[in-house]
Design a protein around this ligand. Structure first.
Ligand code: NAD
Ligand code: MG
Length: 352
């Protein structure tokens, strides 16, 4: 490996809490990430004020959790570090509201680079701009912290006005529990582009299309939708769990030799060079800003295409089949069952 690709990983010992101890953090938003950052920071001894609109339904929750709540502008004015944890599509408007409250030497802190990288937010030159992005949904960031465990995260500095941006971001990462597990250094550009590409081509978009195409291939060939659902959707989790635990090797080890030989000879025929070319085209649209523009305009127009695509996805046959089968087999996961699933189970057994 060349130096260029060497990753730096930071742990608790690399972080100096004195860079955040006597500072005030305004956590804007109290959703998935916001509630976790706010509570973890507060329990780490940092002064926290949650910034929420007067009519926000999250205000009660933040107050119930013992936190100080103010409007985003008031919170930002009191703070040294403003942590932008409202939804990405809402951030430019919230930023416009709080910008006058940013003072030289303050920090604007993010958990995702989209708005800064695509110039939807242009912070003044005299503030630090940093990112601490837990690689996990907020409820796990909170739960791990409570259980004395860590959540892996990413750290990046976009603008270092004070000369202390990295140290402060690292102290922030420690205070929310990320350096317990390890924090990887990256850039706003890398985090944003790999995040968008991953969710589009592989994680959300790619996998959903692979499942639907597999299901449709079987159903169109005359096989039962139930069998097609089990083979193409239900088993996906079992396979991915093995990869998560031990990489591709753990998956290949665990399946039968027949599955391994069939997979190794056929997989690349399905996701082939053509799919690879399409992936490269998707990546290019991420890199040249085409996707970002499309998404920004879509939001400005109140999401007409988005709503239509959502509806079409919800109407796909595999969703109805899946809902029925998941209820029928809920007992397998030890979940509670209602009368109707009980009846269906009896019917199912009678059919065996
Ligand atoms: P979220 O949707 O869970 O919560 C957003 C919160 O913002 C709401 O609960 C509310 O308190 C507030 N809010 C909503 N609409 C608002 C408005 N119009 N004006 C003002 N406040 C409003 O958001 P999230 O998923 O926690 O995302 C926050 C940031 O964290 C984003 O940049 C996101 O990319 C990033 N991130 C999220 C995750 C995740 O797993 N959810 C992981 C890593 C990074
Ligand atoms: Mg301030």
């Amino acid at each position: 490996m060349t130096d260029e690709f060497t990753t730096t990983v930071y742990y608790d010992d690399d972080a100096d809490s004195s860079y955040i101890d006597d500072k005030t953090v305004a956590v804007l938003g109290y959703g998935s990430q916001g509630h976790a950052h706010a509570q973890n920071l507060a329990e780490s001894g940092v002064d926290v004020v949650v910034g929420l609109r007067e009519d926000s339904s999250s205000r009660a929750a933040a107050q119930d959790d013992g936190l100080d709540v103010a409007t985003p502008r008031e919170a930002a004015a009191r703070a040294d570090i403003v942590s932008m944890l409202v939804p990405d599509t809402v951030q430019p408007a919230v930023y416009a509201d709080i910008e006058p409250a940013l003072e030289p030497g303050d920090t604007l802190q993010f958990a995702h680079g989209f708005n800064v990288h695509y110039n939807q937010i242009r912070p003044p030159e005299d503030v630090d701009v940093t990112m601490v992005a837990p690689k996990s949904p907020g409820h796990l960031v909170r739960r791990n912290y409570e259980q004395n465990q860590g959540t892996p995260g990413l750290l990046a500095v976009y603008q270092n006005a004070t000369g202390e941006a990295s140290q402060e971001a690292l102290a922030y990462a420690k205070a929310i529990g990320c350096t317990r597990a390890g924090v990887v250094e990256t850039t706003f550009r890398e985090e944003t582009e790999t995040d968008l590409f991953g969710e589009q081509a592989v994680l959300c978009g790619g996998i959903a299309s692979l499942i639907k195409q597999g299901y449709e291939t079987l159903v169109d060939a005359g096989y039962s939708p139930e069998m097609a659902y089990f083979e193409c959707m239900n088993e996906m989790k079992l396979i991915v769990d093995l990869m998560y635990e031990g990489g591709l090797a753990a998956m290949w080890d665990s399946v039968s030799d027949t599955a391994e030989f069939g997979g190794l000879t056929r997989g690349d025929r399905v996701v082939d060079d053509h799919a690879r070319e399409n992936m490269e085209a998707v990546l290019e649209e991420v890199q040249d800003g085409t996707f970002a523009r499309e998404w920004i305009v879509e939001n400005q127009a109140n999401r007409p295409n988005y709503e239509q695509l959502r509806q079409a996805e919800a109407d796909h046959d595999i969703e109805a089949v899946g809902e029925e089968l998941r209820q029928l087999f809920a007992w397998a996961d030890g979940e509670t069952e209602d009368e109707s699933t009980d009846d269906e189970r009896t019917r199912q057994r009678a059919d065996d």
